[in-house]
Write a new protein. Structure first.
Length: 115
């Protein structure tokens, strides 16, 4: 079993920044492929970014490329999402996902970007 707890969400003005954190417990964190997803009201959950087990490779949705950065600290069992140049369309609940054999999700953290 893997437990994930997101934090760092909040209300920010357009153009501002936030850093989300996702702390994992349970199985060895370094064996997890980690990702961030988001779900805006009335929309499907969508992929934002992911990072490989070692952190050597990262992948981003086109909508956030160049503005968001995913990183991980395996010693702290934590994955981060640095979000810069935020836009109102980034408003959503952001979820952390761990993939090992199964998939595990956190409870989500709300990000609201005001115009």
């Amino acid at each position: 079993q893997v437990q994930l707890v997101e934090s760092g969400g909040g209300l920010v003005q357009a153009g501002g920044s936030l850093r989300l954190s996702c702390a994992a417990s349970g199985r060895a964190f370094s064996s997890h492929l980690m990702g961030w997803f988001r779900q805006a009201p009335g929309k499907e959950r969508e992929f934002v970014a992911c990072i490989t087990r070692s952190g050597s490779s990262t992948y981003y949705a086109d909508s956030v490329k160049g503005r968001f950065t995913i990183s991980r600290d395996n010693a702290k069992s934590t994955v981060y999402l640095q979000m810069n140049s935020l836009k109102p369309e980034d408003t959503a609940v952001y979820y952390c996902k761990a993939t090992v054999v199964n998939e595990y999700w956190g409870q989500g953290t709300q990000v609201t970007v005001s115009s």
